[in-house]
Structure formats: structure tokens, C-alpha cells
Design a protein around this ligand. Structure first.
Ligand code: AP5
Ligand code: ZN
Length: 214
């Protein structure tokens, strides 16, 4: 089953994707993660994307659609969770073509409904384990033992360079201007399911499970 998780920055797309990977063996395809890996590796794509991401703007449709195309077949057996993609009408159409070519079809577009102001706190408080990537939050999901990763025991943590308030505001404006407008494209096909992204993480997971088990 292939699904899209749609929602503004901080809505919980990454958190919920990770849970679906663990519980259902689905494959998370996050264009944000792919781009961050490219920046870290210093590839030509990374060099182009770095400043755009730090400004909170969108990387070009051609670059991100190509990244998804490269990774899509990894999810052939267990299904994909598209996290942070598509983000524009162009990308939505590109995804349809990529799936069509493989005889695959979207099952659901899950929209995480959230209150944008609350998201600023979610994002500015977020950090991850530098070794295993486990996600945390200063207030909502601290490590159980201070400065020690619950998953791998690592002691180093990192923050994203685009997780400051000013960039978050730009990212949200980009979401409103370019990404939210693609919802009707999926609504017309009856694919959109809404879940309450302001509920607790477990409750959001429960609501997503209800949709997927319909
Ligand atoms: P990307 O990496 O996709 O970032 P984003 O969309 O801004 O989303 P986030 O990762 O910030 O949030 P999330 O929804 O995953 O929330 P999370 O689960 O972490 O994109 C980054 C950049 O890359 C873009 O700005 C753009 O430049 C570029 N890019 C990427 N894809 C692109 C594309 N397709 N086209 C063009 N450019 C692209 O949760 C956030 C925090 O809240 C965490 O700390 C978490 O622990 C906490 N939290 C989660 N759920 C809850 C809850 N229910 N209650 C309380 N706390 C919660
Ligand atoms: Zn770890």
C-alpha cells in the first residue's frame, strides 16, 4: 500500500512515518531526508539544495521528483510512505506518473490537521540522535536518561539548521502557498483522510491505523 502523509512542517510526518516503518514494515521515502543526505555528502544535488533548504524555500520539482524516482523501487513489496513529497502540483503529477509506470496506485493521502502556531514550538524544540537518527523533543519527547539516546545509547545529538523560528515561518508560508493547494487534486479522487495532528503521538498513530485498516 502506498500512502502520502501531508502536513506543514512539524505536523508529525516524520514521527508517524517512523512508526509505520516499525509496525508495518513500510518504507519511508522522505525527500527532506534524501536532500539532507545529499547536502552531507556534498553531491551536486546537495550543493544546489543547501542554501534553498536553509532559507526554508522549496528545492526544484525536477530534483526532488528525480530523487523519489531513484528510491521508489525499494518500497515495491511493503509499500511507501511519502513523507514531505509531493509538495507542489507538479510533484503530485510526477508521482502519479512514477507510480503508474510501475502499476502502483495511491491508497490514501493522510492529512495531518494542525495548528500552525503550536508547530513552531514543536520544531524549535526538536533534536535527533546523531548516531541512529531517533527523533526527540525537549518537551514532548525527551530522552529517558538525560543526554543518552533511548534507542542506541548514543550521547551525541543534533539539530537541523532550518529549525529556527524565522525559517520555520518561511517553510509554513511555502506550505500554505504551494502544498495545501494540491489537496483538491486528491480530494477529487476520494483519497484524502484527515487525522487530528494536534492529538498525542499515540492518538495520531491510532487514527492513522484506523484509516489504513479500513
Ligand atoms: P522536510 O524534511 O520534509 O521538513 P518539513 O516538511 O518542514 O517537515 P518536518 O520534518 O519539519 O516535520 P514533520 O512533519 O516530519 O514533523 P516531526 O515528526 O519531525 O523538508 C525540509 C526542507 O527540504 C524543505 O523546507 C525544503 O527546502 C526541502 N524539501 C523537502 N522535500 C521537498 C520537496 N518535496 N520539494 C521541494 N523541497 C523539498 O515532528 C516535529 C517535532 O514535533 C518532533 O520533535 C516530534 O517529536 C514532535 N511531535 C510530533 N508529533 C507530535 C505530537 N502529536 N505531539 C507532540 N509533539 C509531536
Ligand atoms: Zn540513537
Amino acid at each position: 500500500m502506498d500512502i502520502i502523509l501531508l502536513g506543514p512542517p512539524g505536523a508529525g510526518k516524520g514521527t508517524q512515518s517512523q512508526r509505520l516503518v516499525e509496525t508495518r514494515g513500510m518504507v519511508q521515502l522522505s525527500t527532506g531526508d534524501m536532500l539532507r543526505a545529499a547536502v552531507k555528502a556534498g553531491t551536486p544535488v546537495g550543493l544546489k539544495a543547501k542554501a534553498v533548504m536553509e532559507a526554508g524555500e522549496l528545492v526544484s520539482d525536477a530534483i526532488v521528483s528525480a530523487l523519489i524516482g531513484e528510491h521508489l523501487d525499494q518500497s515495491r513489496d511493503k509499500g511507501a510512505i511519502f513523507d514531505g513529497f509531493p509538495r507542489t502540483q507538479h510533484q503530485a503529477e510526477a508521482l502519479d506518473i512514477l507510480l503508474d509506470e510501475r502499476g502502483r496506485k495511491l491508497a490514501y493521502v493522510i492529512e495531518l490537521e494542525v495548528d500552525e502556531e503550536a508547530l513552531v514550538e514543536r520544531i524549535t524544540g526538536r533534536f535527533t540522535c546523531a548516531s541512529c537518527g531517533a527523533p526527540y523533543h525537549e518537551r514532548f519527547r525527551p530522552t529517558q536518561i538525560q543526554d543518552q539516546c533511548d534507542v542506541c545509547g548514543g550521547h551525541e545529538f543534533k539539530r537541523r539548521p532550518d529549525d529556527n523560528e524565522q525559517t520555520v515561518r518561511t517553510r509554513m508560508a511555502e506550505y500554505r502557498a504551494k502544498t495545501a493547494p494540491i489537496l483538491p487534486y486528491y480530494e477529487a479522487r476520494g483519497l484524502v483522510a484527515r487525522v487530528d495532528g494536534m492529538a498525542s503521538m499515540d492518538e495520531v498513530t491510532r487514527q492513522i491505523d484506523t484509516v489504513l485498516d479500513r
